[in-house]
Design a binder for this molecule. Structure first.
Ligand code: ATP
Ligand code: MG
Ligand code: MG
Ligand code: MG
Length: 565
């Protein structure tokens, strides 16, 4: 590509609300333009990168035996009524009406549509197992879209859905998808961990998240260096054996205020059934201390907020300062539901699945549990509060536990029978008997991966692409690029040769001064840069620099070819 024929538009200033490096750099490099909150245009440059990710995902899905198709984005209400998700999905569901007053949603996910497809297409167990996938635009009306395409409202997802007769078959395909996900993130050059994930309200079945390690990640994950133990932090806590840790108890007595309300009272107040409530989070908002209830299953996040001051009979659930002190946390922590001003105190029913809610505080690299609300007796138990920190022994007793922040880029899930049962999607088994199919679902945030990769790979000059994601592999910068110069001809010859070998090359023939030209190439993160100048040509060399290098190197043409081919 000749840059003079392309549309590259890097920018100097980015809006103050671009809080994380990837968001700032994607705007500065001119990969994205914001259209509305959480809605972005991918520029020609951005699209080149997005397509790279898509290609790797597609190749590995095909290799793993999944079959590509394309479902509509607009989905009729009736289908969502069959699974009762029209109401249950909550505020993330964007609802639409046509001129005949028919109701639709813009698909945030496609379980209903694929199950409807499957019940019409699949008749016999002989057609199973089968795994369909698509790469497509989704819309979720996120309560607080932020970080650019990392948590957007409109975004690109690869979603796959497999159908089975037996749990063994479901587990086998789940394993194949797990392996394919590992290959995808390996090929993209990302540092990641697969962690056991909370199965939320669905419960019981296997689920793993693929988390790209990054400081700015919204999730906290834990893994052992001595075993396969890996989980998101809340789950790690829930699975960990209770260890006696008496030291913080004295401090914590102060949290036990008489004004404390039971979870039932809070959930009644918020009109959320306690069974549906996955988490309650206390937040210090502009209007004071607020309780947020997060309800639903793995793909549902409805957040209900209410000012605790308005909760009859209680001024606050617990005093903010007390909570902060007791848990050693600080305001402003980026928490699991993505609210920048939340106080990291979590009442997590799923983590405590057996009895109480676990009230834990998250701080960077730390997670606390054990300050429990006992739902019936209204007693707060805080004596068994414990924290797991980076470097503690792993809960499974093998190796050391590491805690780091991660960005969820993929999620695999054994759904089991619930969609097929609700929608009556059956096949005939060996005995000619109709049986509801079992399902797995497997998502990858294609557009989120682009941002996650930048979080892991950047420096103060810009993006440092892992080669498989780079918009071009090589940049040729011509110094003195007026037409007809010797440098211009040499650059063109080099361009032809490298392109002929199948490399993707960008020829910067804009005629810019070296400073701004190099700055652009570094900002957009091209892995290999070659400078062609009259002076170099006289010496018989090209100036070469890898994006991660600190020095230029003078290389002969042969040396250059050896490096690049
Ligand atoms: P999150 O916990 O970040 O809200 P999720 O668990 O709701 O994600 P899934 O339903 O598991 O998301 O969807 C599959 C994948 O789609 C996620 O692993 C993530 O990579 C991506 N994804 C989900 N929501 C968004 C979003 N708002 N913007 C960009 N990518 C998203
Ligand atoms: Mg979500
Ligand atoms: Mg999630
Ligand atoms: Mg998920």
């Amino acid at each position: 590509m000749r840059l003079s024929q392309f549309h590259l538009a890097t920018v100097k200033e980015v809006p103050a609300d671009a809080e994380v490096a990837s968001h700032r750099l994607m705007l500065r490099a001119g990969m994205l333009r914001k259209l509305a909150a959480g809605i972005y245009t991918w520029t020609p440059l951005g699209l080149r990168v997005l397509r790279k990710v898509e290609t790797v995902v597609r190749e590995e899905m095909n290799r793993a035996g999944a079959i590509e198709m394309l479902m509509p984005s607009i989905q009729p209400r009736e289908l969502w009524e069959e699974t009762q998700r029209w109401e249950k999905f909550g505020g993330q569901l964007l609802k639409l009406k046509d001129r005949r007053e028919q109701e639709y949603c813009y698909g945030p996910t496609h379980e209903e549509v694929i199950t409807d497809f499957a019940r019409q297409e699949l008749k016999s167990y002989k057609q199973l197992p089968i795994n369909f996938y698509q790469i497509q635009t989704k819309f979720r009306d996120e309560i607080r879209p932020r970080f650019g395409v990392m948590r957007a409202r409109e975004f690109m997802m690869k979603d796959a859905y497999s159908f089975h007769l037996t749990p063994e078959s479901l587990a086998a395909t789940y394993g194949v998808m797990y392996g394919a996900y590992g290959r995808i993130f390996d090929r993209l050059g990302l540092r990641f961990r697969a962690v056991q994930a909370d199965t939320g309200a669905i419960g019981g079945n296997a689920s793993h998240e693929f988390q790209v390690l990054a400081e700015s990640g919204e999730d906290a994950i834990a893994w052992s260096d001595g075993s396969d133990y890996a989980a998101n932090v809340e789950l790690a806590e829930a699975l960990a054996p209770r260890v006696e840790r008496p030291e913080p108890a004295a401090e914590l007595q102060r949290v036990d205020t008489p004004a404390r309300k039971t979870m039932d009272e809070v959930s009644t107040f918020l009109s959320v059934s306690p069974d549906q409530c996955v988490k309650t989070i206390l937040v210090r908002g502009e209007q004071g201390l607020v309780a947020l209830c997060v309800r639903g299953d793995h793909e549902i996040n409805e957040v209900k907020a209410a000012k605790l001051e308005e909760l009859p009979g209680a001024s606050v659930l617990a005093d903010e300062a007390e909570i902060l002190k007791a848990t050693g946390t600080r305001p402003g922590f980026i928490g699991p539901v993505g609210l920048p001003d939340e106080i990291p105190v979590i009442v997590d029913r799923s983590a405590a699945a057996l009895a109480d809610f676990v009230c834990g505080g998250n701080a960077v690299d730390t997670h606390y549990t054990g300050a429990n609300w006992n739902r019936d007796a209204r007693i707060t138990r805080i004596a068994d509060l414990r924290k797991v920190v980076d470097g503690d022994p792993s809960p499974d007793g093998e190796g050391t536990l590491h805690i780091a922040r991660g960005i969820e880029v993929g999620h695999v899930f054994q759904l089991g029978g619930r969609y097929a049962e609700a929608m009556n999607a059956t096949v005939l088994d060996e005995n000619g008997k109709a049986r509801a199919m079992l399902m797995g679902c497997y998502g990858i945030g294609v557009s989120r991966i682009v941002a996650a990769a930048i979080e892991q790979n950047h420096d103060d000059r810009g993006i440092v692409w892992p080669e498989p994601m780079a918009p071009w592999t090589v940049a040729i910068c011509v110094i003195g690029s007026r037409n007809g110069t010797q440098a211009q001809d040499a650059a063109q010859a080099l361009y032809d040769e490298l392109t002929g070998h199948g490399l993707e090359v960008l020829l910067d023939d804009r005629g810019l001064r070296p400073g701004p030209m190099f700055a652009d190439m570094e900002l957009i993160g091209i892995p290999h840069r070659i400078v062609v100048s009259e002076r170099g040509l006289e010496a018989g060399t090209f100036e070469y620099r890898h994006r991660r290098d600190t020095e230029n190197r003078a290389l002969t043409r042969a040396e250059l070819m050896e490096r690049l081919l």
